[in-house]
Design a protein around this ligand. Structure first.
Ligand code: FHN
Length: 453
């Protein structure tokens, strides 16, 4: 079908900027805005919903929400300390909410008065963060919510001419803000769009196409997520011809693909994840604080994404005073210590073609050297794993990352057993798997039932 505003290419991008993004694998997401001040509590009551939705869920009068800007004093904000948590995590990029659904901007925007410049400190938080992260070699991407609860011209649906006119003004405003971001922070590496699911945006696929075009023209190499895009017919992420729009698929939110679904590996993609069960902004109540993920679950998700060629973006919700939540810093530290030992199996790695999903964890493959890794995130109670190689290969060496050569036992052609020993305090074990072709390959294995429809 002929589309004016559909996908711009059939195959994944292979330029250096895209390869860099693809190799990152681990990113730090940050949701920070006025919602960090009430942190999920309004008029003394915990509101059991994502903290950034508080103004809607608690029906906070607009004036009172805007007045929070007077208390956004940044008493304990230090961009350098935030960037240190990303280093501790082992993140290779960071994506920050420049504007979330409430419309508040973390930079002094010339197109609204609802921004950082009009808070007591007047500091350009975004500029400080870009400088601090980039000084540590960490790429910065900008999250931007197209949905804007505050702007008078925002519309969820377009019912009449007046709505169309208002929404056209809104799209113009959002375009200007995006141009402003590109101009003020030209080192930004990517844009992450959100809040594009409403009928109003879907009816204006041309605008999403134009935004992508504008950003790519002004910022060569910039990487844009699929969530921005709608085509001529309102199809989102993937156009009406089945082709991905934007540079990578960004629909996996608080969920990951099935680990055996190798079809996912054909595209670039990224999953984003909260540390508490369901809040992106900092939520102080037990509803959120009693649901924080275990660092080894985070490691499992990182390996899971890598094994299917995706990036993992772990969200942090700093507190209203600008400090990072200690529990989140601690998780970052533990995950980062694991990555410092085992990152060889993650950074620059992806889908290991021919290696079936093993159930006890994941296989990943280094995209440049071809080395395969076995990441054991769910060791069986027996303390042993069966290592099944693709037909025709045999195991000639096993190296436990952070340690050294490791013993194994042959069970059959291409099937080996590895004794893990007791539980490890250092988290999931990773083995570098060295193989060679079997001298006398056996007949084809039975297919893996997990991947049969
Ligand atoms: O509503 C937002 C939510 O607050 C958060 O920003 C997430 C991050 O992926 N996106 C939206 C929901 O899809």
């Amino acid at each position: 079908m002929e589309l004016k505003y559909g996908a711009s290419r059939e195959k994944p991008r292979e330029d250096a900027a895209m390869q860099r993004f693809r190799g990152h694998r681990v990113g730090q997401f940050i949701h920070w805005g006025l919602y960090a001040l009430p942190a999920g509590r309004w008029e003394g009551k915990d509101v059991e919903f994502a903290a950034e939705f508080l103004p809607r869920v608690a029906k906070v009068p607009q004036q009172r929400w805007e007045a929070l800007a007077n208390d956004f004093t940044l008493a304990d904000f230090d961009a350098e300390r935030w960037a240190d948590t990303a280093v501790a995590l082992g993140a290779r990029y960071m994506t920050i909410t420049t504007k979330h659904h409430d419309g508040f901007c973390l930079w002094p925007s010339a197109h609204t008065d609802f921004h950082m410049g009009n808070t007591p400190s007047g500091r350009d938080v975004l500029g400080e963060l870009v400088a601090a992260y980039e000084a540590r070699g960490i790429d910065v991407n900008f999250y931007y919510s197209v949905l804007d609860w505050r702007h008078p011209d925002w519309r969820f649906t377009l019912e009449n001419d007046a709505d169309n006119l208002a929404f056209a003004r809104y799209l113009d405003f959002a375009m200007k803000q995006l141009e402003e971001l590109a101009e003020r922070y030209p080192s930004v590496k990517g844009f992450w769009f959100d809040g594009t699911w409403d009928e109003s945006v879907k009816a204006n696929g041309w605008w999403t196409w134009e935004v992508e075009r504008m950003l790519k023209e002004r910022l060569p190499g910039v990487v844009v997520n699929s969530r921005l895009r709608a085509d001529d017919l309102g199809a989102r992420h993937v156009d009406s011809n089945g082709l991905l729009m934007g540079d990578y698929e960004s629909g996996y939110e608080r969920r990951l693909p099935e680990p055996w679904d190798r079809s996912v590996a054909a595209r670039d993609w990224e999953a984003c994840m909260t540390i508490p069960q369901a809040s992106w902004g900092y939520h102080q109540g037990p509803w959120a604080q009693s649901t924080l993920k275990h660092p080894w679950d985070v490691v499992d998700m990182i390996a899971h994404c890598t094994s299917l060629g995706g990036n993992f973006l772990l969200n942090f919700g700093p507190r209203g005073d600008g400090s990072m939540a200690p529990a989140e810093v601690e998780i970052a530290r533990t995950v980062g210590e694991w990555l410092a030992v085992n990152g060889e199996a993650i950074y620059g790695c992806g889908y290991a073609e021919g290696w079936d999903y093993p159930g006890w964890g994941y296989f990943t493959r280094d995209s440049s050297t071809g080395k395969v890794f076995a990441v054991v995130t769910r060791a069986p109670a027996s303390g042993r794993i069966r290592l099944e190689l693709p037909t025709g290969l045999e195991l000639v060496g096993l190296r436990l990352l952070g340690s050294g050569e490791y013993p194994f036992k042959g069970l059959a052609d291409s099937v080996f057993e590895v004794e893990l020993g007791g539980a490890s305090n250092a988290g999931p074990r990773v083995f570098a798997v060295e193989t060679s072709a079997l001298a006398h390959p056996a007949s084809e294995k039975e297919p893996n039932p997990d991947v049969l429809d």
